[in-house]
Design a protein around this ligand. Sequence first.
Ligand SMILES: NC(=O)c1ccc[n+]([C@@H]2O[C@H](COP(=O)([O-])OP(=O)(O)OC[C@H]3O[C@@H](n4cnc5c(N)ncnc54)[C@H](OP(=O)(O)O)[C@@H]3O)[C@@H](O)[C@H]2O)c1
Length: 297
Amino acid sequence: MIAARHVGKISPIVLGTWRFKEWSMSPAELAAFIEGAADVGVTTVDTADIYGDYQGESVLGDAFRRAPALRDRIQLVTKCGIRLKSANFPDLRVKHYDCSRAYIAAQVENSLRALSTDRIDLLLLHRPDPLMDADEVAEAFCALKQSGKVRTFGVSNYLPHQVELLQSRLPFPLVVNQIEYSLLHTRPLTDGTLDQCQKMRIVPMAWSPLAAGQIFSRAGERGAAVADTLQRIARESGMTAEQIALAWLMRHPAGVVPVIGTGKLERVRLAIAAASHSLDRQHWFELLEAAMGCEVA
Ligand SMILES: NC(=O)c1ccc[n+]([C@@H]2O[C@H](COP(=O)([O-])OP(=O)(O)OC[C@H]3O[C@@H](n4cnc5c(N)ncnc54)[C@H](OP(=O)(O)O)[C@@H]3O)[C@@H](O)[C@H]2O)c1
């Protein structure tokens, strides 16, 4: 369990529920799946107000009602700030972002109701909003913290300067930046994101850590090199290729926490087992070389 400065508890692997529709689980099956994940140590569950055309949180709420003890066993992460066009919201003419004080407050009330819970363990702003007024966000966050409705706060897909701006107005630390990071998306290594996380002790959560399953697709020269190198190192280490792909992310000293998107308990077990494997430095660089298509300078 990661207990970095101020973050509360986050399991070393987070269960992402974005693909819940593909899983076709009944509420009872979803509750059993989340319980099974918690049993092996994956106790943090990620969702967002917009998942599944705004239905994802209600589906999780149904699962919690089926298994009343489950909510207290997990840490619940949700997000707000994106406004998707939807038949449920005919007034929305354009997809946009909204991090206004009023929208954040209203969305948290909706999330609490849909999730059938009285608190959110971690609230993330889903995307950087070019019209964000950091003072307003700070007011919204402070009120939510004071009321006990949200315990901790973070951001998602923020660049370092955007984190800095928001942090400059907050009286408490942002605890997470949830970012796209995988062997097929290595930009956070070089754009300052992971350096900032390490510096500010912000936990980087890596979404699509297996590049949405594409990491094994062998697409293009680099895709093939990554897949081949993963397979070879997996053989040498007595692990699976997906475990090595996750271990590569977790080897970073910023303390990366992969948000996995599988609907299969066996893959959840493999992922949590990968969290106790520390990848050899040369293996790490072999994978970086495959991902970059050249050796380091
Ligand atoms: N903050 C953001 O902006 C943002 C954006 C996107 C996602 N997210 C979060 O990140 C979570 C994870 O994203 P993701 O689902 O793209 O993650 P992922 O773990 O990279 O991809 C999951 C997909 O890969 C497949 N897969 C896993 N292992 C495989 C293997 N060995 N061979 C072939 N396919 C395999 C899974 O299928 P099976 O189900 O069959 O295992 C599933 O379809 C989401 O649920 C969401 O919570 C956040």
